[in-house]
Design a protein around this ligand. Structure first.
Ligand code: GLU
Length: 446
């Protein structure tokens, strides 16, 4: 790492003790942007990087609620408004027992550069809670969401901060959150939250956008290397929103997805994942993946407690959570003939894993570029809400495809410009950083 950046990084470690995921996310960006400082001494002079590493505002609050037995439960809520240079803070809410400030800050930090890469007017933020929706009834989830919003509402707004979903926050939760916002404020402020249902101000393709966008991004990477998804063997981790729509688009693009996973293990289905069955089990019944294998019959096997990356694939789409591909996993995947990786999740590959992929010449699409289709389509939802309009599915999907192609091309061009051809990690970090840095310079010392 560049000397100046390394001292900034040491300072980040000192100021944010114990927040290992945040440290990891900062380190990856700082490792990429050294060459930019040579070309732009003004960034260092006005301490742009030090400022970017310090959130503009961090909100932590108590979320009390009563479960179905009447017992009082206390969770912790977070919203980190990281950088508002490009637009209102924008980023999802994650409800998962692992959530603490370090996770929210890593996600918020990633979001700054991801949102910048989309080219749309959105700043970076993230939030969530250590609430675990698993095994909770709809009524419990509703009471939790209402309590969460009873604090959050005072911090958000169409022009201030616009939350959306992430792990554990889907259409059901967004509905309860928006309903409570509307009730408290007495304002039908559609643009205050994205990922809304189509019945109340949501946008076509938002549900599908992260997965579809990630498949489009990988399709572009493959095309840049003169190949395509056609006939390729693909594995996907996870089986939530991102995984499901990644599988759907890859199947449309001619690939064959043979495996996906959840926290209990993975399912191997050589004929190709049956999406209708997967959606029924995961989205309607909120069940576990072993049920998929039971109902699919002899075509599929469920492998309990094992890692999906042991399944040979040509293209891998990590779409579950952070740090799910280690250096060792990556080495196994490369050995099995993996030629491309598209990160649908945020930071699913460890630094060691990324190193293995880049050294092996794998086309590696980092999350902040490859999964930017979700937040980009959120920005399109905000645009439709602001103009009280709604676009067709076809038009919205076409816009998403254009945005993903544009992000892909800019990552590639920037990597070329800085003498690192084919390195999408460097391209994404540098291009995302430059736009935010220029906006911060223009806005003065804020
Ligand atoms: N949670 C998603 C992400 O990681 C989407 C955020 C949004 O739509 O605001 O980008």
């Amino acid at each position: 790492m560049h000397e100046k950046l390394s001292s900034i990084y040491d300072n980040v470690l000192r100021r944010n003790p114990g927040e290992t995921e945040f440290h990891q996310a900062v380190r990856e960006v700082l490792e990429s942007i050294g060459p930019v400082l040579g070309k732009h001494p003004e960034y260092a002079e006005s301490k742009i990087i030090e400022r970017i590493c310090e959130p503009e505002r961090q909100i932590i609050f108590r979320v009390p609620w009563a479960d179905d037995r009447g017992e009082v439960q206390i969770n912790r809520g977070f919203r980190v408004e990281f950088n508002g240079a490009l637009g209102p803070y924008k980023g999802g809410l994650r409800f998962h027992p692992s959530v603490y400030l370090g996770i929210v800050k890593f996600l918020g930090f990633e979001q700054i550069f991801k949102n910048s890469l989309t080219g749309l007017p959105i700043g970076g933020g993230k939030g969530g809670s250590d609430f675990d929706p698993k095994g909770r009834s709809d009524r419990e989830v509703m009471r939790f969401c209402q309590s969460f919003m009873t604090e959050l509402y005072r911090h958000i707004g169409e022009y201030t901060d616009v939350p959306a979903g992430d792990i554990g926050v889907g259409g059901r939760e967004i509905g309860y959150l928006f309903g409570q916002y509307k009730r408290i404020t007495n304002r039908y402020e559609s643009g205050v939250i994205t990922g809304k249902g189509l019945a109340y101000g949501g946008a076509q393709v938002r549900t599908e956008a992260t997965g579809y966008g990630c498949a489009f991004f990988v399709d572009e990477m493959l095309k840049a290397r003169g190949t395509s998804f056609d006939g390729r063997r693909v594995t996907v981790s996870g089986s939530g929103n991102v995984a499901v729509y990644t599988i759907e688009k890859i199947e449309q693009l001619g690939g064959r997805v043979v495996a996906c996973s959840d926290s209990s293990g993975y399912v191997l289905d050589e004929k190709g994942i049956d999406l209708d069955l997967l959606k029924q089990i995961k989205q309607v019944e909120r069940g576990r993946l072993n049920v998929y294998a039971e109902r699919r019959g002899h075509n599929a096997t469920f492998v309990a407690g094992r890692n999906v990356w042991e399944v040979p694939c040509e293209v891998a789409m990590p779409s579950a959570t952070q740090n799910e591909i280690t250096g060792r996993d990556a080495a196994v995947m490369v050995g099995n003939g993996c030629i491309a990786v598209g990160e649908g999740a945020n930071m699913p590959t460890t630094p060691e894993g990324i190193k293995v992929f880049l050294e092996a010449g794998v086309a590696f699409g980092p999350g902040k570029a490859a999964n930017a289709g979700g937040v980009a389509t959120s920005a399109l939802e905000m645009q439709q809400n602001a103009s009280r309009d709604s676009w067709t599915f076809e038009f919205s999907e076409h816009r998403l495809e254009e945005i993903m192609r544009d992000i892909h091309d800019r990552c590639l061009q920037t990597a070329d410009e800085y003498g690192m051809p084919g390195d999408y990690v460097a391209g994404a970090n540098i291009d995302g950083f430059r736009r935010v840095a220029d906006a911060m310079l223009a806005l003065g010392l804020i």
